[in-house]
Structure formats: structure tokens, C-alpha cells
Design a protein around this ligand. Structure first.
Ligand SMILES: C[S@@+](CC[C@H](N)C(=O)[O-])C[C@H]1O[C@@H](n2cnc3c(N)ncnc32)[C@H](O)[C@@H]1O
Length: 323
């Protein structure tokens, strides 16, 4: 909310789900507000749903029929468009239908309208949020909504033998920042143990040098393209300009992490990419982020800062080493 207030003066907010979902009102036209959000994408905003229609509900059978009629009469062309229906709700809604029942009915309406109902890769999303005695309904592209996952909550399947849940953070960063790890050759993974991030980079076909005084998961050590430097990263001796990708997930003081990453810079090729998590341990997250961006900005271009769905008390930075 603080970030939105800065880019949309006069914006006011009503909480729909504490700490998670809020309704924003502002004097701007919808298109202008969306443009402002995209121009300076807020770090902590994962998803934005325009509210094109609001519908009163009373917990009866007419709610679902009313919603179907609203979509039927939306006067939007869904013809031949891959269209996804996202349904979310807060804890205090009188909308009793399950997401799957609602989706089944709306998918049938979409087929009537000539659309192709899809779950993945939509061109248009119909986003429905049920709160109290209202349904908030919005239409938009995944780009406008910042994500094609309901509420930006991207979920990955847990795999058998997965080394750590941390792997999901690096997977999500690949999608969120439009990266392709397979395009890189040699990664430096700082604070690598037990090795979730390393395992993903190995799967993508990279050579990996992992630095961590802690043990790496035994399943990784058989890899002929993994080198584990078992020490503090500040003491590691690394070849010059050897790595085209640096990843760092140290869960450490943001300022010490920044110093360490800056000290490792000579081992990076010019223009190398970096993906770094920043722990927000203090009460002033925006100030911490500003300071880290300033420090790292001396050697890196900060391409994006985002709190990913899989980040908890942290954000992820996407950086490029200056030439
Ligand atoms: C959150 S864990 C990393 C999880 C890892 N990304 C994964 O996917 O499994 C943080 C790691 O950073 C390591 N670490 C903290 N300070 C470090 C330093 N100065 N040098 C190297 N590793 C460090 C810790 O030993 C710990 O294993």
C-alpha cells in the first residue's frame, strides 16, 4: 500500500484479507492507474485485478446464475480467446460455491461465447474475488494483472528427493524475470547448502561452483560438474571473470551480503547476471531495500526487485554486472 500510495497520489485502501488483499480506490481512470503500476512496478505487489464489475450476492442459488449472466453480458469479445477463470475469496464471503463448480459453469458460458477455456497460458483472465456480500470481477491480460496465476500465487509440484524448498524461489525467479538458466554456462552459488538452487542449475545443464561452509546434500556430490568450496565466501579464492551467473541466497544481514557480493564481482564475466535474495530483518523494509540497491548499484544494474510468492521475509533482486 505504501508503494502504491507513492505512485498513485490520493489512493485509498480497504482491506479484504488482512496482510494479503486490498481494494484500491483512486481518482485515476483504470487504464491510467494500471499504466502507473506498470511504469514503476511495486516490489510487494504480486497481482492486480481491475474491478470492472461489482455484484451484490446474498448466499443463494441466484449468485452463481447472476455471475454467469454478468459474463454472458460483459460486452467483451472472448471469441477464439484462450480464457482463464480465476476465483478467490476471503474468509467472510457469502459466496458458497466452490471454485471448481463456479469455473465449470463459467467455462460453459465461455464456450457459448466462442472462447477457449484454459487453465494455463491464457490471453484473457476473468478474475473474481468474493468478499463479504460482494463479488469483484475484472478482465485483463496476464501482463496487466502481473501474473497468470490466481492472485500471483505460483505453485510448483514438489518432486521426490527434492533437496530443499528453496529451489522454488529460484524457479519462480526464472519465470518472474524472464530468464533461461539453460543459456548460462558456469554459475557461482553463494550460500548454497543444502543445495536446492544448485540442483536446479545442474538440472539446467550448468557447471556450478557452490560456496558454503555447510554440507551439500549427498545426492549432489556425485555430479562431475559441481565444485563445492566448503568455506566462508569471504575467504574463497576464485578465478577472474569465470562465472556468467551468480546466485546468492545467504539469509544474512543485507549489508554484509551486499559487501560479499561486491567483493566477488571480479570473478564475474562482464554483463553477468545475478539473482540475489535480500533478507528483510529490520522494521524498515523499504529503507533496507533502498540501501541495498544503492550499494549493489555501484557495480550492478538493478533490473528488478520483487517479493516473489516463495519469498517470505525477503525479496529477490535481478541484477546485471556492469561492463
Ligand atoms: C537459506 S540457506 C541457502 C539455501 C539454498 N539456496 C538452497 O537452495 O538449498 C543459507 C546458506 O547460506 C550459508 N552462508 C551464510 N553465510 C555464508 C557465507 N559468509 N559464506 C558462504 N555461505 C554462507 C549458510 O551456511 C546456509 O547454508
Amino acid at each position: 500500500m505504501e508503494e502504491l500510495r507513492r505512485i498513485i497520489p490520493g489512493a485509498s485502501f480497504t482491506l479484504l484479507a488482512a496482510g494479503e488483499v486490498f481494494l484500491m480506490n483512486c481518482a485515476l481512470e483504470q487504464a491510467e492507474a494500471l499504466e502507473a503500476v506498470h511504469r514503476e512496478e511495486p516490489i510487494f505487489l504480486r497481482h492486480i485485478q481491475p474491478v470492472d464489475r461489482t455484484m451484490d450476492i446474498d448466499g443463494s442459488a441466484t449468485d452463481l446464475q447472476g455471475l454467469a449472466d454478468m459474463i454472458r453480458n460483459a460486452r467483451l469479445s472472448f471469441e477464439e480467446k484462450r480464457t482463464a477463470v480465476h476465483i478467490r475469496r476471503n474468509a467472510h464471503t457469502s459466496f458458497h460455491y466452490s471454485a471448481s463448480d463456479t469455473k465449470a459453469l463459467l467455462d460453459a458460458v465461455l464456450e457459448e461465447l466462442g472462447a477457449e477455456p484454459v487453465v494455463q497460458g491464457p490471453e484473457i483472465i476473468i478474475s473474481i474475488y468474493a468478499a463479504g456480500d460482494k463479488l469483484y470481477v475484472g478482465f485483463g491480460t496476464p501482463k496487466e494483472m502481473l501474473s497468470d496465476w490466481p492472485g500471483g500465487a505460483i505453485r510448483f509440484q514438489r518432486e521426490e528427493g527434492q533437496v530443499s524448498r528453496a529451489k522454488f524461489k529460484l524457479l519462480e525467479a526464472e519465470i518472474a524475470f524472464g530468464l533461461r538458466y539453460a543459456d548460462y554456462r558456469h554459475a557461482l552459488d553463494v550460500g548454497a547448502a543444502p543445495g536446492g538452487w544448485t540442483s536446479l542449475l545442474l538440472e539446467r545443464g550448468l557447471r556450478v561452483t557452490a560456496i558454503d561452509p555447510a554440507e551439500m546434500h549427498p545426492s549432489l556430490l556425485v555430479s562431475p560438474v559441481l565444485t563445492h568450496i566448503k568455506r566462508n565466501a569471504a575467504e574463497a579464492k576464485l578465478p577472474k571473470e569465470a562465472f556468467d551467473l551468480l546466485v546468492c541466497d545467504m539469509s544474512w544481514s543485507p549489508m554484509l551480503m551486499s559487501k560479499l557480493v561486491l567483493d566477488l564481482r571480479s570473478s564475474l564475466a562482464p554483463g553477468a547476471t545475478a539473482v540475489v535474495t535480500v533478507k528483510l530483518m529490520h522494521r524498515k523494509p523499504m529503507q533496507t531495500i533502498r540501501e541495498v540497491k544503492e550499494r549493489l548499484g555501484t557495480a550492478f544494474i538493478v533490473l528488478k526487485a520483487k517479493q516473489l510468492f516463495h519469498n517470505r521475509e525477503e525479496i529477490t533482486l535481478y541484477l546485471r554486472s556492469k561492463e
